[in-house]
Design a protein around this ligand. Structure first.
Ligand code: FES
Length: 148
């Protein structure tokens, strides 16, 4: 009889664990659906710093788009190994900009906006302001990007 009780407990324990996993699998999407998007956006807006391991850096002469809190950022690694990081959100109407190494510019394809790839200054086209610049610092095998 004690062996039978152990088997019964084991079966009920397994069923309980399966029920808990099933409830979690159903409950998490419901929780995410009901979560307040404004609250989530406010949390992301508080992000003022991010780290990137050296091995994830773009190659010299190229760039990468990063998710920096609620916004996208563009990290450019120039041929001389200097790095700059700007908001990747065009100051005209908010399209995502791209780095064009062959033309040495940051370009917004939406309306032809052009920015300087070293300063983020708006050079031509409709953008009214420079791109917001973030601080980039190399520290012990990683790069730290900070909102000023
Ligand atoms: S949105 Fe970038 S130039 Fe218009």
């Amino acid at each position: 009889m004690p062996a039978d009780l152990t088997r019964r407990k084991l079966i009920w324990g397994g069923l309980g664990a399966a029920a808990a996993a099933y409830a979690g699998a159903l409950g998490y999407p419901v929780y995410r659906y009901l979560a307040d998007p404004a609250e989530e956006a406010a949390e992301l807006a508080k992000v003022t710093e991010m780290e990137l391991p050296e091995e994830e850096l773009p190659a010299a002469g190229s760039a990468t788009i990063l998710q920096f809190g609620a916004r996208k950022a563009i990290l450019i690694r120039h041929d001389d190994d200097t790095m700059v990081c700007f908001s990747a959100v065009c100051t005209h109407l908010g399209c995502t900009v791209a780095y064009q190494a062959d033309q040495d510019r940051i370009y917004c394809a939406c309306h032809g906006g052009v920015y300087d790839p070293r300063t983020g200054q708006n050079v031509s086209g409709p953008p009214p302001r420079p791109l917001e610049e973030f601080n980039v610092e190399r520290l012990d095998g990683k790069v730290v990007i900070r909102r000023a």
